[in-house]
Write a protein that binds this ligand. Sequence first.
Ligand SMILES: COc1ccc(/C(C)=C/C(=O)O)cc1
Ligand SMILES: [Zn+2]
Length: 260
Amino acid sequence: NGNHWGYSKENGPDVWHKNYPVALGSRQSPIDIPRQVSHDPSLGPIVLDYDHCTSINISNNGHSVVVNFDDTDDRSVIHGGPLENPYRLKQFHFHWGGKGCDGSEHTVAGNSYASELHLVHWNAVKYQSFDQAATAPDGLAVVGIFLETGDDHRWLHTITDAMYMVKYKGSVTDFKGFNPKCLLPSNLHFWTYLGSLTTPPLHESVTWILLKEPIVVSEKQLGKFRLVLFTGEEEDQRLRMENNFRTPQPLKGRRIRSSN
Ligand SMILES: COc1ccc(/C(C)=C/C(=O)O)cc1
Ligand SMILES: [Zn+2]
């Protein structure tokens, strides 16, 4: 409908609760990760089995740039850590800021990063579809990876080179043979807590697994994210896609656990 949600003053995170009252719920994301988090020795390592993953396409959904995967079987799953089942990789996408500004969603001791990558997975053991899992309290698992600026990232160019193909909202283009394992930091130590999607419908269905170690990308590579537009080719307004992040939400008594 007309006033579809977005990231501007009129349709952004501060007014999402009008159409999505769960925005004021008890397990919303993102959150700030405090300096001291309880270490849980019973938390095993997170395992990402992406060796046979099948990327399909890259698209601009008007809110982010999304790489979609074939999730018709268990070819790419994560398991371990806080998870009781394997969760299937569905898609990954990014959140970022404006030029020279930070754009992560989660913060660490009040500090933001330049950008944040979300790898979205769903519990295909308990649920028949992603949409069904997306509304269940243990339906989704999202791995969050912080991006900080520095040298060029060796593999990110395959994604940033495809950005000009998805400049406009609603555009999609083939994107095969990409394995997101190349976007992981060397160390998989993580924080984990129960939260939600960070965009509408904001379902409280996500087990968050946030990696402590950021990956490094260059300002030039991040700049290519900002060539993408929120708006469609047919719209007269051309709005650069940037600052597509929600700010930290109240913890409301939730426990955050730390792996090693
Ligand atoms: C069922 O509709 C959905 C729409 C968006 C999403 C995600 C994956 C949102 C987010 O990344 O915050 C899930 C389901
Ligand atoms: Zn996200």
